[in-house]
Write a protein that binds this ligand. Structure first.
Ligand code: 0A1
Ligand code: ZN
Length: 890
């Protein structure tokens, strides 16, 4: 079957949506758990949807054995139904149907981590997007919603814990060494939200009082030995519950909410109703194994999954093309949650900066490559390939634009209307837009293009000042590049938040010609035409424009700033995002120029203006350390690459290292002071204030090691040896492993790396860091990766481990991955092919590392094309990988 698909992958189109022929009301399932053969008995009641053009009863099923199929109490003869291409079709079914189905699953052999699978002897499920069909034949599509009652039966010793969605309604002994538990989920849900967990697990639990006074049971389930790492997840869950009550008036609708951690998981986590399943990476933390970044990641993912309970579960998606309806909105919500928890204005801005960095580095790149797709795609071959930064992060930007256009209260009204209209329904992106438009009266018709057109719009700004008339004029023009299958884009509805700075650095009062609204700092201009001119009146001096404040739209802004203007913004802008942005523009300009100089073999030089601007920021103790940290951090090599039509990774690396070393050399004493002034002695706490200090201190340390001597080396070595937490320990180790100094020090660095391994060899998440750190170090070439792959702790079958070494090398070490001899690509092809057999989803993710191959010089292109072709020609290629490589080669 696979080979048919491989030769002719089936594309699914949004326009072909047909409502389901039958609805499901109730689903009862019994599981007899056994890794070799789990028997599943399903009984479901269904009724005909008279509004559908689909007259047959269609069920989906994959990789399962069908033992029995009964309709309304009668065994169905083989002639009464057909099974082909993963579909079971019953012809001439009556209007009301009770189906009884018995299936068998070889969960122990399921390495795809989709459907029912075994990890460390425990059972887990992953049903989004289409995993439920690997459990039983079912109308496995998100617009079919039923109420589920689940009975789990299994060996008492091997599977003491039996969990599923909703409330536990019965449990007991079966007398034969087995026991059972029955779970009932009172809410109707699509099958992708089904979950079960069974095995040896322990939990931290707490009764929590909701604002309404109702008490709920919260549990975090982990393997024995990890109970000392659950507190932060539990705290994050309580914070999430409180936040959703306060910010959106949304209450937890169940009496029990469970989080379960597994070390084998394809993604970050999954929002199954009442039973969220998480990658251990986003649950387990204590100061000795987790960094500040890990703590923040846990908080945001716990929030994300919890927020799905309303945005995703109570209101779900009509079809998978609408995926961003739940994902974009839920990412926006988790971003706001994290920002609100930090609390300060700078903290919010730094969170915004971090989110925009990801968007620009990963999503803008996706939008410019062969897999570019709209936030609401028109087609796909494999839906699992569409859990992308476009659906998630750009989707969140689209939601944020409503927020910017309608304001805090306006957005809340829109959300209220959305739930009022659609609670309990499976709906589309258009329904969300309609709720926002209808609740506010704002015309959002043109806004639809954010959903239908792919590509990153470019907004060009041109300004002029008329001193006599006291008018400052800004003309904004928009274009959007062609993307696969889409050319000649129509103008978007773009909110452009703008402020004007006077010579003293303060915001000027803003008044648009012919309009009554004024502002003391920022106005949101609405760019809807291809080009529009806005005129500000009463402007008594030529201002410096601060455009696209807080990154008010996911676009590239082009404006011919002078260095002087950027310096003025960096020093003064009241909008912290644009203040940071000015510094990034100054840096990017230099990095591009220096990359060109490297290519031409010219001498490299960094100008004093830039050095002094960074010195001033570094030393400005009125600024939050977290803000100084992000200003000090140069654009990544991947970001710099986006500035070039043809990318030369080695030259970019050389140029960036040169800038780092020059800054380190000139700012040495300032960096040392920043280091000394931001120590956080005493007990570790992941709170924002201490994390910010550690962040600045460790960025200073990393710089110091870019222009190293024995003293800076010792500083890092001592920090490593004496660290009381993983943040400091890992930062020091990272500095040491990127170290290029004397042989003696290099040897000492290698010893530290070995010590780290020995000290943490029983902590899988820390060993992931150990691989990650080495894979992304410039000292790590292809040969070194191959050597690390032979390490006893390495395995391709665990997604976290594969990501830590392989993905980090291919995606975060461009200067080595793009080795001139093509050896990096040969390794990539080998591993995509190996992973394809084990886990198609993970393989397809890795396959995306060569998406942008056409952006590289001819010699590299030739090697990349050969590697892509090698993968494409592989037998039994999953449609996941096939879709990615064939789009790359198209
Ligand atoms: N819905 C989850 C992410 C998720 C998506 C797909 C998965 O398998 C293909 C697993 C998890 C979320 O947004 O967190
Ligand atoms: Zn999500």
């Amino acid at each position: 079957m696979r080979t048919d698909i491989a030769s002719q992958p089936l594309t699914i189109f949004r326009k072909d949506y047909i409502a389901p022929g039958f609805w499901v009301d109730t689903v009862e399932m019994g599981f007899d758990l056994d890794p070799i053969a789990t028997h599943v008995a399903t009984r479901m009641t269904m009724r005909r949807n008279h509004d559908s053009s689909e007259k047959n009863l269609v069920l989906f099923g994959e990789t399962i054995k069908l033992l029995q199929l009964r309709m309304n109490g009668v065994n169905l003869k083989k002639s009464a139904y057909s099974i082909a291409d993963g579909k079971l079709t019953i012809l001439n079914a009556p209007d009301v149907v009770t189906l009884e189905i018995e299936t068998v699953i070889a969960a122990g052999k399921n390495t795809s981590m989709s459907g029912l699978y075994v990890s460390n002897g425990n059972f887990f499920t992953q049903c989004e997007a289409e995993g439920f069909r690997k459990i039983t034949y079912y109308p496995d599509r998100p617009d079919v919603m039923g109420t589920f009652t689940i009975m789990l039966r299994g060996d008492k010793k091997k599977y003491p814990v039996l969990l599923s969605n909703g409330n536990l309604i019965a449990e007991g002994d079966l007398g034969d060494g087995r026991h059972y538990a029955t779970w009932e989920d009172p809410f109707k849900k699509p099958s992708y939200l089904f979950a079960l967990v069974a095995g040896k697990l322990v939990c931290q639990e707490e009764k929590y009082k909701l604002k309404s006074g109702r008490k709920v049971l919260l549990q975090v389930w982990v393997e024995a030995g990890n109970l000392d790492k659950t507190q932060h997840a539990m705290d994050s869950l309580k914070n999430s519950i409180r936040w959703d009550e306060e910010r959106f008036g949304l209450e937890l609708d169940l009496d029990r909410f469970m989080i379960v951690a597994t070390s084998d998981f394809n993604m970050g986590a999954m929002e199954n109703k009442g039973l969220n399943i998480f990658n251990t990476k986003y649950v387990l933390a204590n100061p000795s194994i987790a960094t500040d970044v890990d703590y923040a990641g846990i908080e945001s993912v716990v929030g994300h999954e919890y927020f799905h309970n309303w945005t995703g579960n109570r209101v779900t998606c009509r079809d998978w093309f609408q995926l961003s309806l739940k994902e974009g909105l839920t990412v926006f919500r988790d971003q706001e949650f994290s920002a609100d928890l930090v609390g300060t204005e700078t903290g919010r801005a730094v969170k915004r900066i971090e989110d925009v960095r990801v968007l620009r580095q990963v999503q803008f790149s996706e939008d410019a490559g062969p897999m570019a797709h709209p936030v609401r795609p028109d087609s796909f071959v494999e839906i699992n390939n569409f859990y992308t930064v476009t659906i998630y992060e750009k989707g969140a930007e689209v939601v944020r634009m409503y927020y910017t256009l309608l304001g805090h209260d306006g957005f809340r009204k829109g959300m209220d209307l959305y739930f009022k209209r659609h609670d309990g329904q499976a709906v589309a992106c258009d329904d969300f837009r309609a709720a926002m438009a209808d609740s506010s009266g704002h015309d959002l018709a043109q806004f639809e293009r954010w959903y239908s057109q792919a590509g990153t719009p470019r907004v060009k700004a041109e300004t002029s000042y008329d001193a006599d008339a006291k008018i400052y004029q800004i003309t904004l023009s928009q274009t959007c590049p062609d993307t696969p299958g889409q050319s000649k884009k129509l103008p978007f509805h773009i909110p452009v938040a703008i402020g004007l700075l006077g010579a003293d650095g303060k915001d000027l009062k803003l008044q648009l010609e012919g309009q009554t609204t004024t502002s003391n700092n920022t106005l949101v201009l609405e760019l809807t035409a291809e080009s529009q001119t806005f005129r500000f009146t009463g402007i008594t001096q030529k201002p410096t424009p601060s455009i696209l404040r807080n990154f008010s739209a996911p676009v590239v802004l082009e404006y011919a700033y002078t260095d002087e203007e950027l310096g003025h913004l960096l020093a003064n802008d009241s909008d912290p995002f644009n203040r940071w942005e000015a510094g990034q523009r100054l840096a990017t300009r230099r990095l591009v120029k220096l990359t060109n100089a490297v290519q031409k073999g010219e001498e490299l030089e960094l100008d004093a203006m830039f050095i002094e601007a960074l010195r001033a920021t570094l030393n400005d103790t009125t600024l939050d350390p977290s803000f100084r940290e992000v200003v000090l951090t140069l654009p990544s090599e991947a970001m710099i690459a986006e500035e070039f039509a043809v990318v030369d990774p080695q030259s970019i690396h050389t140029a960036r290292q040169f800038v780092r070393a020059s800054l380190a050399q000139h700012l040495k004493s300032d960096l040392l002071s920043a280091y000394e002034n931001n120590l956080t002695p005493g007990k570790y706490s992941p709170d924002a204030v201490s994390a910010a200090k550690r962040g600045l201190k460790n960025v200073a340390l990393a710089y110091l090691l870019a222009w190293p001597d024995d003293a800076t080396f010792m500083l890092a070595k001592t920090q490593f040896d004496e660290a009381q937490n993983m943040t400091d320990r890992l930062a020091a180790l990272s500095g040491l492993s990127n170290f290029s100094g004397s042989a003696k020090n290099t040897k000492a660095a290698a010893q530290s790396l070995q010590k780290f391994y020995k000290d943490f060899k029983n902590e899988a998440l820390v060993i992931d860091k150990w691989f990650m750190l080495q894979a992304s170090a410039y000292t790590c070439d292809v040969a070194k990766v191959r050597e690390l792959m032979k390490h006893s702790a390495f395995t391709l079958s665990n997604p976290n481990r594969a990501r830590s070494l392989i993905f980090n090398f291919c995606n975060a070490n461009p200067a080595r991955f793009h080795a001139a001899d093509g050896s990096g690509y040969a390794l990539w092809a080998e591993l995509v092919i190996a992973l394809n057999k084990l886990n198609p989803q993970v393989a397809a993710r890795l396959a995306r590392s060569l998406d942008r191959w056409k952006k590289y010089p001819q010699n590299l292109q030739a090697h990349m094309k050969a590697a892509l072709q090698k993968v494409a020609e592989t037998k039994k290629l999953s449609k996941d990988v096939l879709e990615v490589v064939s789009k790359a080669l198209a």
